[in-house]
Design a protein around this ligand. Structure first.
Ligand SMILES: [Zn+2]
Length: 181
């Protein structure tokens, strides 16, 4: 099987034919990560297995690799290992996303063609902290807890990633049916 990932995919079509895509994505092509990368070398192994459960189209997305992040305190490198599998449930609207069962993370699809790079970047941005720091750097100098805190959850909001917001909404709903709102 080719190790070359297509630039665009049609996720619903892939789901219909239960397609599989496998390949590598160069870290240097992940433009939205540039600011927090120490080095843009290396690549991420990508495996996508599409399918349908009843009417629900989904994609099992596995990502594996290491990115070299820049510590936001000492500006030295931090290795960040990625080894994750997410089941994306494809939806056309926020309404559909709301109805999606817990096992899926919503993947909002607006066009037939989806830029694969974008899709993978969205996933990686959910995983990678916006303000990466060495463990030992967390306790040094700056010490303002507000600088340290924006880790995973706020990452998603800061980046205004629609999928992140969707999944946050979903989590809030699922976790605390009645608190706050
Ligand atoms: Zn550091």
């Amino acid at each position: 099987m080719s190790q070359q990932l297509p630039e665009f995919i049609d996720p619903f079509h892939q789901a219909d034919k239960r397609g599989q895509l496998r390949g590598h994505l160069a870290v240097k092509n992940l433009r939205r990560l540039t600011d927090i990368l120490y080095s843009n070398e290396g690549d991420i192994a990508v495996l996508m297995i599409f399918g349908k459960e009843g009417k629900q189209a989904f994609c099992e997305l596995s990502l594996e690799g290491t990115v070299c992040l820049k510590c936001q305190n000492c500006l030295e490198s931090i290795e960040f290992k990625i080894n994750t599998m997410t089941i994306l449930g494809m939806v056309n609207s926020f309404e559909q996303a709301d109805k999606l069962s817990d096992e899926y993370e919503p993947l909002l699809i607006k066009d037939e063609k989806v830029l694969l790079n974008d899709m993978i970047e969205d996933e990686l941005l959910l995983l990678i902290p916006v303000f990466p720091k060495h463990t030992h750097c967390k306790f040094e100098s700056l010490s303002s807890s507000s600088l340290i805190r924006p880790a995973l959850n706020e990452t998603t909001v800061i980046k205004e990633n629609p999928f992140a917001i969707l999944s946050n909404l979903k989590k809030t709903e699922n976790n605390n049916g009645s608190t706050e709102k």
